[in-house]
Ligand binder design. Structure first.
Ligand SMILES: [Zn+2]
Length: 131
């Protein structure tokens, strides 16, 4: 698999940044609607900060409605960190380029397709039943 070109990496990083904004807005909107005043108040705090340390702060709150968004937001943040550190587009497992086709379909991917399949097989995620 060929490594990403600069323009491919730029395009993906712009998509990731846009997705991050989208998710942040979604999470804030959902939290603001909460019946729990702590959660609603927290939504305002989030609006005022760039640095979201969501998992820790929200751990004890009733946030089922945003759990998936927050998980994806974490993946997007991690991908943007990899863009910043220069490791984006490289498989975290085998160190080979992940390649444009896979990243274009899944910009948050951190493993190449081969390692991802091996990972899912060994973790039994969405795999066939064992019995
Ligand atoms: Zn790999």
């Amino acid at each position: 698999m060929d490594p990403l070109t600069d323009s491919e990496r730029d395009a993906l990083s712009r998509r990731l940044a846009a997705r991050r904004e989208e998710l942040r807005e979604e999470v804030q909107t959902q939290l603001a609607k909460s019946e729990d005043p702590r959660v609603a108040g927290f939504a305002n705090e989030l609006a005022a900060t760039e640095d979201w340390v969501l998992a820790d702060i929200l751990a004890d709150m009733d946030i089922a409605m945003v759990t998936r968004d927050i998980a994806e937001l974490g993946d997007v943040e991690a991908a943007l960190d990899r863009v910043a550190s220069g490791s984006y587009g490289t498989c975290s497992n085998c160190g080979e380029p992940i390649g444009w086709p896979r990243l274009n379909a899944q910009p948050i991917a951190q493993r190449c397709i081969r390692c991802q399949e091996a990972f899912e097989a060994s973790h039994g995620k969405q795999g066939p039943p064992t019995l």
